[in-house]
Design a protein around this ligand. Structure first.
Ligand SMILES: [Zn+2]
Ligand SMILES: [Zn+2]
Length: 394
């Protein structure tokens, strides 16, 4: 099927899928609790002849479509979850679940993959196995890992995996397909200092963890400024500080929670080493014990070269070469748990413009945000083209 016909057919179904997107938008679900969305996805995939697997890593759904005897296999992933935000844009399809909102456009990612799924089931020519992966709880950076731990790639082998995210501010019809690191790693570091409690008037009889905590907060600021080169990116934010219960009591313990983001695996390793050295050294100098809990929530998202070049060629064919950028205009320090899938399999995560309208152009995670329905047929055409290209009969 030619690229032009695919695009035309997806444009013809665009209105239908806009209604589906708005329906998903009206009933947002949080984290792993994507029951309604998963049921809707499963029902549609089934009606188009997909072999449907529900309950993968919680409420994840995988739709499998096989053609011919080809051994090649491809995975495409969409996230389904929303955010705990009170929607304030007054749109007719605004959330009917008070305090929950599709403010990151995952309603659109899910709908795009459904639009592509229908088109592929009816018309696509390929030889191999297509696995459409619908994942809960991206926002909690937990869903991808849960699906992988539920043997996602053992049960549904994928030679490569792909996904996309919408991007406000970038014009509709434009894409960014970037080789290498695209999204930052995310880590949560919990530092617990233990001294000896006592009377505020007699510090000599106690071991106060509070000055150690203060000193650690200051010293942590030097990791980015003194241990990284000017063009190496990392963010270290102390988001939570806890100590004490009254003004005249020296507490026994003090606790810090720190968010760490890094733009490349080698930067990540260096930042962890320096944080540990600083925290342990500072704690020792104040005579307090320290426990460091360093939790990797998502690794750096790295797009592999060959699979990214394939995505670039596909996007150029669908959107026109002039509309496919090969680098983000600004560095992304947000994180994305599709990075776990890209650690397990080669592949590419790319960006599609969501426009600059009042609701489509404000920041994601804003209480006015809305996915742009004009993106759906374009992004779906990219998926259909990719599948035919990757699993081509020849
Ligand atoms: Zn988000
Ligand atoms: Zn998102």
């Amino acid at each position: 099927m030619t690229n032009l016909i695919i695009k035309q057919q997806l444009q013809n179904s665009a209105e239908h899928f806009a209604l589906i997107r708005r329906d998903i938008h009206s009933f947002p679900e949080l984290g792993g609790d994507t029951l309604r969305t998963a049921a809707l996805v499963a029902e549609m995939l089934g009606s188009w002849g997909y072999e449907v697997h529900t309950g993968v890593g919680g409420n994840g759904v995988v739709g499998v479509l096989r053609r011919g005897n080809g051994k090649r296999s491809l995975g495409i992933r969409a996230d389904m979850d929303a955010l705990p935000i009170l929607e304030k844009n007054g749109l007719p399809w605004a959330s009917q679940h008070q305090g929950r909102m599709h403010a990151c456009g995952h309603d659109g990612h899910t709908t795009t993959l459904l639009a592509a799924a229908e088109q592929l089931a009816h018309t696509a020519e390929f030889d191999g196995t297509l696995n459409l992966i619908f994942q809960p709880d991206e926002e909690g950076l937990a869903g991808a890992k849960l699906m992988i731990e539920d043997d996602l790639f053992g049960r549904f082998p994928c030679d490569a995996v792909y996904a996309y995210h919408n991007m406000p501010g970038l014009p509709v019809g434009q894409a960014v397909v970037q080789v290498g690191g695209l999204m930052a790693s995310s880590e949560r570091v919990t530092i617990t200092l233990t001294g000896r409690g006592g009377h505020g008037a007699m510090p000599e009889r106690a071991i106060d963890p509070v000055p150690a905590l203060a000193s650690i907060i200051s010293a942590l600021q030097t990791v980015v400024s003194r241990n990284l080169a000017a063009d190496e990116a990392a963010v270290i934010s102390v988001g939570m500080v806890q100590a004490g219960s009254a003004y005249n009591i020296i507490p026994e313990t003090a606790k810090l929670m720190v968010s760490v983001r890094t733009a490349a695996p080698e930067i990540r390793d260096r930042v962890e080493r320096r944080i540990r050295e600083i925290v342990e050294g500072q704690a020792a100098s104040f005579g307090v014990k320290v426990d460091i809990d360093y939790q990797l929530l998502a690794p750096v998202l790295v797009n592999s070269e060959a699979e990214t070049e394939r995505m670039r060629a596909t996007a150029q064919k669908v959107l026109g070469s002039e509309n496919v950028l090969d680098k983000m205009p600004v560095r992304l320090m947000g994180s994305e748990d599709f990075a776990w899938m890209l650690k397990a399999r080669p592949g590419c995560y790319f960006i599609m413009g969501n426009g600059s309208g009042e609701f489509t152009g404000c920041s994601v995670h804003n209480d006015h945000y809305d996915f742009n329905d004009e993106v759906t047929p374009l992004a779906a055409a990219c998926w259909v083209e990719l599948v035919e290209e990757y699993l081509w009969k020849g």
